[in-house]
Design a protein around this ligand. Structure first.
Ligand SMILES: Cc1ncc(COP(=O)(O)O)c(C=O)c1O
Length: 385
């Protein structure tokens, strides 16, 4: 099986799996319990928080809140900060972009239902946020700007520090969804200058169901998850120390992979694109490879239905995706491809290839060879004999 669908999820790294098993055995206590077993888990949890804070370059480990993953972190940041900014500063306007993950767009919709104003920034054909539209949108009522660091479908990397400067100048707070950035790009909260940032372990060789919400100290925040004082009152619920141990290890391992093999990964992705465009007639790249995560390429094939092509690829042992994994069952092109200005037909013929650190040049060649046969065959099937 060739896995070119690693933006959907990554396989758990062996070192991370060992850590998950070790921590499950060793830290069986509840980190909130005062007895020795609980204290042992609590002490290790503090260590993990410090290690994560160090990698993200957070000023203080208290700024790291562990969650159940990217969706929860996005929900908590968008709803929690906007709600508190309204309560504390009478600001009730939220700005986001048209290509955010649903985990950001849906909370923005919810805020609108609660009486907030929302602005959804358009993007250009490469997926970059329109900075002029951002400048026009920002005002004294703006509470929060939430723009993703790296897009899951096309890989576009946004100029977050520049966005943050504009937002901070008018007193707004900034959140970025960095779920697709970790392990592929440096994620430094000081360089990005954000007040909140989301991560999810299963996107960087960790287990599913655990994530991070970075919350800069003094960021107004209302906790919607009620029922306990865990995580400094910012996320109620018994803290899953073994999963957090695995997330911490995964962040360290993926940083090491990025430093040692990042250029290789980019090289493989670039080879894939160059060969597909050369060997498959009617193949086009969506967006640009510059300003893109090193592992992602969104390619459309004229005259082919992506869902059909994906099934044939799966039969041939190749995994990829049309738009995002969560949209697998939906036949309409995703909101991201539509926002780039692609027609229904162009969006419908789009395949997302997302590589990971285990992939090889041989696999790239096999995928190109297979598609060079499959795409013309599928086109011929559509023609009357
Ligand atoms: C950009 C982005 N944000 C958020 C999420 C949601 O993360 P999780 O699967 O951990 O809930 C995903 C997952 O696909 C994503 O790609």
């Amino acid at each position: 099986m060739i896995n070119f669908d690693q933006n959907a999820t990554t396989p758990v790294d062996e070192e991370v799996l060992d850590e998950l098993i070790r921590a499950t055995r060793e830290f069986s206590g509840n980190s909130s319990s005062g007895h020795s077993l609980g204290s042992k888990a609590g002490k290790f949890l503090r260590e993990c928080r410090e290690r994560v804070a160090r990698i993200l370059n957070a000023a203080d480990s208290d700024e790291i809140v562990f969650t159940s993953g990217g969706t929860e972190s996005d929900n908590a940041a968008v709803r929690g900060i906007a709600w508190a900014m309204k309560r504390e500063h009478s600001r009730d306007h939220v700005v986001t972009s048209a290509i955010e993950h649903r985990a950001v767009l849906a909370p923005c919709d919810w805020l609108r239902e609660q009486g907030f104003q929302t602005t959804v920034l358009p993007v250009d054909q490469d997926g970059l946020v329109d900075m002029g539209a951002l400048r026009d949108a920002l005002g004294p009522k703006t509470a929060l700007v939430s723009v993703m660091f790296a897009n899951n479908e096309i890989g576009t990397v946004q100029p977050i520090a520049e966005i943050a400067k504009l937002a901070h100048d008018i007193g707004a707070r900034v959140h970025t969804d960095a779920v697709q950035a970790a392990g592929k790009l440096p994620v430094d909260v000081q360089v990005l200058d954000v007040d909140a940032l989301s991560l999810s372990a299963h996107k960087f060789y960790g287990p599913k169901g655990v994530g991070v919400l970075y919350l800069r100290r003094d960021t107004p925040y209302h906790c919607f998850m009620l029922g306990g004082t865990h995580e400094g009152g910012r996320r109620a619920g018994t803290v899953p120390v073994p999963q957090i141990a695995a997330l911490t290890k995964a962040l360290e391992v993926s940083e090491r992979k990025r430093n040692e093999h990042g250029a290789e990964l980019r090289g493989l992705r670039d080879q894939l694109v160059a060969k597909l465009l050369e060997k498959v007639p009617g193949a086009h790249l969506n967006g640009k490879l510059e300003n893109c995560t090193p592992n992602t390429a969104s390619v459309r094939f004229d005259g082919v239905y992506g869902g059909h092509l994906l099934r044939k690829m799966d039969e041939a042992g190749i995994l990829a995706s049309a738009g995002s994994a969560c949209m697998w069952e939906i036949t309409k092109p995703s909101h991201v491809l539509t926002a780039l200005g692609l027609s229904d037909e162009q969006g419908g013929g789009t395949i997302r290839f997302s590589l990971g650190y285990g992939n090889t040049a041989d696999e790239v060649d096999q995928v190109v060879e297979t598609l060079a046969k499959l795409v013309p065959a599928l086109r011929a099937e559509k023609q009357p004999q």
